[in-house]
Design a protein around this ligand. Structure first.
Ligand SMILES: Cc1cc2nc3c(=O)[nH]c(=O)nc-3n(C[C@H](O)[C@H](O)[C@H](O)COP(=O)(O)O)c2cc1C
Length: 374
């Protein structure tokens, strides 16, 4: 891994030393959707998409010292036995409710560019920023699912055009948040803003963090130029250094510095054998129909998941599997950090129990490794 990182640094030349970097930001990819986020009928706990369980998990994550909570924005499911992600809490309203019952943790919302007008998203975001005293962040996704958008009569644009529109979207949101209210004009193929007005503007300066979740060439270039966080899918631990160095290199060329996070499926047990048994149970109970629907929808619309198999999608929805004993899991999270990852949106099998266990079983090891502090 160290060799891979050094090769990547040689190629792109810009990963700061560990002592200059902030510690690894710990986040949860929250189960605001049903069967979040493995495409399998194997679930050690009953489905936990409900608001009550989201609140319980959010409070446990805050008590454990996690940094942020992150949802998935979905409008319908993917069929099969699970109807994967078919029941879900909308993420702007979900964030408002969680921010009102927490005090320190950051909460993100995810907006689909074709569904929310940027002025509406900017206004809702400013409201969430005020409700939370600056603890809210925005994840902007271009949207890829004909299943979801077809239901609304909305066309899914060709891949790179989607990102051109998303660029305009983010420029508008930023303009509305930072320019004198009433002074912001913007012209593009998709949006025309005149004397754009959002009051109050967010308390967080220069503005709430903006993330994009995409890995294709078009997504990377846009993230580098306009976003604060790149949320990415990774095919393997070994691929980390190349991807993070590339994103850092691109943002450096725009005179910016952005952060990277990925979403690992984190499972730890007493022995490696038990962890392997958990991995087998997920795959043996894979909901093949839903996984195929998911892959069929996503892959032609993506440059990120080209080499992903159905099994990889079944594991945490394409999350990087990090399985093993607690020592092995802590070491792999540390490897991600050292390969340039600034944050993790962790997927768990039993969200509440694993959040509580993570604080007592994994965090002390991460402190020893220097991955997190405190
Ligand atoms: C961490 C992460 C979170 C994502 N969240 C969502 C989401 O909530 N809703 C959605 O429709 N797509 C979501 N996506 C899909 C991406 O927006 C994007 O369409 C996909 O990764 C393909 O990337 P590409 O467009 O760069 O090829 C997510 C992807 C990642 C990696």
């Amino acid at each position: 891994m160290e060799q891979t990182r050094q090769d990547a640094v040689r190629r792109y030349g810009n990963l700061p030393g560990i002592e200059e970097r902030e510690p690894l930001a710990l986040g949860l990819f929250m189960p605001n959707c049903s069967y979040g986020y493995s495409i399998t009928t194997y679930k050690p706990v009953p489905d936990d998409w409900t608001y009550e369980s989201n609140v319980k998990i959010a409070r446990a994550a805050e008590a454990a010292g996690f940094d942020f909570l992150f949802p998935v924005a979905k409008w319908r499911g993917y069929g099969g036995k699970t109807n994967y992600l078919g029941t879900s809490l909308e993420t702007m309203t979900w964030a408002g409710a969680l921010l009102a019952v927490t005090e320190r943790i950051n909460v993100y919302s995810t907006v689909h560019v074709p569904i929310f007008h940027p002025l509406v998203a900017a206004k809702m975001g400013a409201t969430l920023d005020h409700i939370s005293n600056g603890r809210w962040g925005l994840n902007v996704v271009s949207g890829w699912s004909e299943r979801e958008f077809g239901m609304m009569g909305i066309e899914v644009l060709p891949h790179d055009e989607r990102y051109a529109r998303t660029e305009a979207y983010i420029e508008i949101v930023k303009g509305l948040w930072t320019c004198e209210p009433g002074s912001f004009d913007y012209d593009s193929k998709w949006y025309r803003i005149r004397e754009g007005w959002v009051m109050p503007q967010p308390t967080r300066r220069p503005h709430p963090p903006i993330a994009n979740a995409g890995v294709s060439e078009a997504a990377r270039e846009m993230v580098a130029r306009l976003c604060d966080w790149a949320f990415i899918a990774l095919p393997s631990l070994e691929a980390t250094a190349d991807v993070t160095a590339d994103i850092r290199g691109r943002s450096g060329r725009y005179g910016r510095s952005i952060k990277c996070a990925n979403y690992p499926l984190v499972v730890w047990t007493e022995t490696e054998r038990e962890a392997d048994a958990e991995r087998r149970r997920i795959l043996e109970n894979m909901d093949r129909e839903a996984a195929e629907n998911w892959a069929r929808g996503l892959m032609p619309q993506s440059g990120s998941f080209d080499n992903f198999t159905l099994e990889m999608f079944a594991m945490g929805g394409g999350g990087l599997p990090i399985f093993g004993t607690r020592e092995q899991v802590a070491e792999k999270l540390d490897q991600l950090y050292r390969a340039g990852m600034d944050g993790v949106l962790m997927v768990f099998l039993s969200y509440y129990e694993d959040t509580v266990r993570f604080a007592t079983e994994i965090m002390p090891l991460l402190r020893q490794l220097g991955t997190i502090r405190g």
